[in-house]
Design a protein around this ligand. Structure first.
Ligand SMILES: O=C(O)CCC(=O)C(=O)O
Ligand SMILES: [Fe+2]
Length: 313
């Protein structure tokens, strides 16, 4: 999904003031003089990451596929640890006790109750009925209010109809479910729950087989969440529809060197993983039916923390 809502990377109080003791190198000083600050380290890291992704995608085409979580199996809990990428190196000391040191993937079908899943599916259907992309992929971000509509987005909270659509109970369920996922992530990845914050975007998604109309409909590209969404350290997905029954295609695929690993969406299934390049992934194109899911994302950086969405406005 390309709800790429890039955040302002400066904290609210920060300024562009020149540091008191100028320890910058020549090109940095030159850039500062011209008013443009070029972060070479960031650019090179990005280029290396893009190259790594392209190489991995190239080899993944020939990869065999292994089912990590099949739709028709009920998984109590499954956790697989994998080595962490270098992506967290700079943050290890900054967010000690939260930045991933133990990386991996977790799937559980027993975390969220069927009633909670039904309620969330109902919220997704009600909310997305107010809009919808003209291509195949629509989102509703409960925090910002972003709702796909036609070829763009509107703010659902500005729509008169939305006041009658959501209730306090809807947001309570979302918060409760989010809390359970947060707890499970802290537990499995061995981190402190108190240091793990909800971050944006956190959104419902609805995918159909309609042909794409804009870049926002192109959800199937391999990507790294930490790169796409920046603030993410842990990604979780809660699936609200059954693969093979309510839709075809739309499996979630981790791209690994040795093989690809698929997670088949199943109602109530939670899939959570560390957001760095150790978990490069994509979603297969949906070929029939409608696929609903929620992305619930977490950060270790308090600067990017958001409050639980609530009834307001
Ligand atoms: O819906 C999914 O299974 C995953 C979507 C995804 O990869 C993303 O939003 O970054
Ligand atoms: Fe993703």
């Amino acid at each position: 999904m390309t709800v790429k809502q890039r955040t302002n990377r400066k904290s609210p109080g920060s300024t562009n003031a020149v540091p008191r003791s100028d320890t910058r190198n020549g090109s940095e000083r030159e850039s500062a003089r011209s008013g443009i600050r070029i972060d070479w380290r960031r650019i090179i890291t990005r280029m290396l990451m893009m190259t790594a992704i392209m190489v991995a995608v190239y080899f993944s085409k020939a990869n065999k596929t292994v089912q990590f979580a099949k739709q028709d199996e009920e998984i109590g809990k499954k956790f697989v640890e994998i080595s962490c990428s270098e992506d967290y190196a700079e943050e290890l000391r900054q967010f000690r006790g939260c930045t991933p040191r133990k990386c991996g993937r977790m799937v559980s079908d027993s975390l969220i109750k069927p009633g909670e899943v039904a309620a969330l599916r109902n919220i997704a259907e009600r909310g997305l009925a107010l809009g919808g992309s003209s291509g195949g992929a629509s989102i509703l971000d409960l925090h910002s209010g972003a709702l796909s509509q036609g070829n763009a987005f509107v703010n659902i909270y500005k729509l008169e109809t939305s006041r009658k659509i959501f209730t306090g109970e809807d947001f309570k369920i979302y918060s409760h479910v989010k809390g359970k996922i947060q707890h499970a992530i802290a537990d499995h990845f061995g981190i402190d729950k108190g240091q793990l914050y909800l971050t944006h975007p956190t959104f419902f998604s609805r995918i159909t087989s309609a042909p794409p109309k804009t870049i926002h409909d192109e959800y199937w590209h391999p990507h790294v969440d930490k790169e796409t969404y920046e603030s993410f350290h842990y990604t979780s997905l809660l699936y609200l529809t059954d693969y093979g029954q309510e839709f075809e295609g739309g499996r979630f695929v981790f791209i690994d060197k040795d093989s690809n690993k698929t997670v088949e969406p199943r109602r109530g299934r939670v899939s959570a993983f560390t957001s760095g390049s150790e978990n490069l992934h994509y979603v297969e194109q949906v070929t029939r039916g409608t696929r609903y899911a929620i992305t619930v994302s977490f950060t270790c950086d308090p600067k990017h923390a958001i409050e639980d969405p609530k009834l307001e406005r």
